[in-house]
Design a protein around this ligand. Structure first.
Ligand SMILES: Nc1ncnc2c1ncn2[C@@H]1O[C@H](COP(=O)(O)OP(=O)(O)OP(=O)(O)O)[C@@H](O)[C@H]1O
Ligand SMILES: [Mg+2]
Length: 614
């Protein structure tokens, strides 16, 4: 048996005092105010609360107060709960393999209390009274008896007051509070039976009433419009079950902001689930677009390990490939078996059709053994792929802009010869496939992409008007009411002024609704709701000058693209002439705002050579 040597005055290796050890642990558990909210809310959920109120001030930096009506703590337990490794949730190493609570490490409260000032009031039974616990900067807990209702209130003030280096890294109040809104949204989604309220500087940001339906909770947080686009997922395979909702491929977002995945009701950022879901959609999604997903995976706790990182945002599956196959198969089957999929076909200007067979299939839970590609879904995928070809026109990503082909390409000849090509020297002949304008002139035959040529014209006009703050707006006779999730509301409030400069005048209406009062005149015939949805996805979370400029530039491009003449549209010669002369007036008439070439020149010399006339 080995003997552990005692520390003495000569030893260089020493055991750190508890308050310092707690501060070190806090480095991993508490990254920012959002982490405190996460830990406190998780404790309230573990305590079986049905009502959780979160109040914050100054992005949580000044104050975070979480009140619940859960089991509360007795006088004795209240004092113990601030000690390191003190937990009521596990007691032996075998418990580690079957964790059913959100917390289990017994380090959240001592970590938080080591870097802030904590005031807890709690009672396990209001008839027996309650207790107040005070801890400051990791000092010892002071307790005092009191009377209070059953449940717990924990107030965390002056976060990082004794660790200035950490405090320095905090962002502005707006950014910190949007992280908090996000974490409360994540928990509210997983626990529809709990009444959650989030109050930020006295303003109610989230207030969702209890319900036994996940879909109602989603609708309350993200709006009924989105909920209408959702398809139910409910599949089971061996030890796994996947429940929840995914959007039909018609409803997509340009970011992953509407993707929420859970394992046994714990929110996780898990690559396996996200990747397998995306794979389940296979070719149904336009390039660069993401579905909305609310997926709850459940399994025997023995089949995954949550003790990967102190923040517990990651899990490790025992059989990763099995999980991947199960999730992607479930998503695929839910999509192909759903009636919702017939929707995009109805809107497709009758250009592409799916078989009536796949349109009529009823949605039902499909066993995982059916995951092999069935014919109808393959057929459906290719039809959807064709359907989305048009809508991907605008999605050239920034990285690829730099490696675009020359502005005006010459057929096998030196590009410099036509770098200052003048469109007016060409005479329009007509259209090719109702999508490209054909023109002839001395230099040869010019082929102009009508969609991107018009996009360039609109973009230039729009940009000029935005710069001079002279965007022509259209007042909406009936302002449009749109619902947003709490974090989207925060974003919109943040960018309200800049959006109004683009002609989008928004007014906060109630808790999570905005009234859209004006739109830029060029968008008056577009689907305003869809455009607003796209814009919200594009808005940057942080007010970083450069990021802002880039994003608003993207919004301008998107709005121009939306309104530009489409491919597969007839134009008469007058319309063609007008478009070409407008194009000539722009600052850069040879590339679209994404960097793609607008025109290709098949030069006369090459044509003559090919016909052996030279
Ligand atoms: N709101 C609450 N209601 C009832 N009991 C609570 C509450 N908050 C904390 N506790 C008790 O205090 C203990 C310590 O909480 P703490 O968050 O530090 O650890 P944990 O939740 O057990 O594990 P983890 O560090 O993983 O969160 C918990 O195990 C629980 O018994
Ligand atoms: Mg905890």
């Amino acid at each position: 048996m080995s003997v552990i040597p005692q520390e003495n005055s000569k030893s260089r290796v020493r055991i750190l005092p508890d308050d310092l050890a707690n501060q070190i642990a806090a480095g991993e558990v508490v990254e920012r105010p959002m982490s405190v909210v996460k830990e406190l809310v998780e404790n309230s959920i573990d305590a079986k609360s049905t009502r959780i109120l979160i109040e914050i001030e100054q992005g949580g930096k000044k104050l975070i107060r979480v009140t619940d009506n859960g089991s509360g703590l007795s006088l004795e337990d209240a004092g113990l709960s601030f000690l390191r490794h003190a937990t009521s949730k596990i007691s032996s190493s075998s418990d580690l393999e079957k964790i059913v609570s959100l917390g289990f490490r017994g380090e959240a409260l001592p970590s938080i209390a080591s870097i802030s000032k904590v005031h807890m009031t709690t009672s396990a039974d209001e008839h027996l009274g309650g207790v107040i616990v005070l801890v400051e900067g990791g000092g010892s807990a002071q307790t005092k008896e009191t009377s209070c209702p059953r449940g717990t209130t924990i107030e965390v003030s002056q976060l990082f007051y004794n660790t200035p280096a950490r405090k320095k890294f905090l962002k502005g109040d707006g950014t910190e509070s949007s992280h908090i809104t996000q974490v409360v949204t994540q928990h509210a989604l997983a626990h529809p039976q709990i009444h959650f309220t989030l109050i930020n500087n006295g303003r109610k940001v989230i207030d969702v009433l209890p319900t036994d339906q996940h879909l109602y909770r989603i609708a309350e947080l993200f709006g009924a419009e989105l909920a209408k686009e959702l398809i139910q997922v409910d599949t089971e395979y061996g030890d796994y079950r996947l429940e929840g909702f995914i959007s039909s491929p018609v409803y997509t977002r340009s970011s992953r902001s509407a993707q929420y995945c859970y394992v046994n009701q714990r929110f996780v950022r898990d690559k396996v689930i996200l990747h397998s879901t995306q794979q389940g959609y296979s070719h149904l999604l336009p390039k660069g677009q993401h579905p909305a997903i609310y997926l709850f995976l459940s399994m025997d706790p023995k089949l995954f390990d949550v003790n990967v990182h102190p923040a517990k945002a990651e899990v490790r599956f025992a059989f990763q490939q099995e999980v991947h196959r199960f999730v992607s198969g479930s998503v695929k089957d839910s999509l192909s078996g759903s009636k919702k999929l017939s929707l995009p076909m109805d809107h497709s200007e009758n250009r592409y059709h799916t078989t009536s067979q796949s349109r009529q299939t009823d949605h039902r839970a499909v066993p995982a053994s059916n995951f092999s590609e069935d014919q109808s879904s393959t057929r459906l995928s290719s039809a959807m792929e064709l359907l989305y070809m048009d809508s991907t026109e605008c999605s050239v990503d920034r990285e690829s802009r730099g490696i675009m082909s020359p502005q005006v390409e010459i057929f096998h000849e030196k590009p410099s010869a036509v770098s200052n090509l003048i469109y007016s020297e060409f005479e329009p002949l007509g259209q090719l496939d109702r999508s490209f304008i054909l023109m002839q002139g001395k230099p040869g035959i010019l082929v102009v992409d009508q969609h991107i040529a018009h996009e360039r014209v609109l973009y230039d006009r729009f940009k000029k008007a935005a710069k001079n703050k002279k965007i022509e707006v259209q007042q909406l006779l009936f302002p449009l009411t749109m619902e947003y999730s709490p974090s989207e509301v925060e974003l919109l409030i943040h960018h309200q002024d800049s959006l109004s400069e683009l002609g989008l005048e928004l007014e906060l209406f109630g808790k999570n609704e905005f009234l859209l009062r004006t739109v830029p005149a060029i968008l008056k015939n577009n689907d305003k709701e869809e455009i607003m949805r796209e814009i919200v996805d594009m808005l940057p979370a942080q007010k970083h000058e450069e990021a802002l400029f880039e994003k608003f530039e993207d919004i301008l491009i998107m709005m121009s693209c939306r309104n530009a003449i489409k491919v597969n549209m007839s134009l008469n010669l007058d319309q063609i002439r007008k478009l070409i002369s407008d194009l000539q007036e722009t600052e850069m008439p040879y590339t679209c705002p994404h960097g793609r070439p607008i025109a290709l020149l098949y030069d006369m010399d090459s044509i003559l050579k090919k016909f052996l006339r030279k």
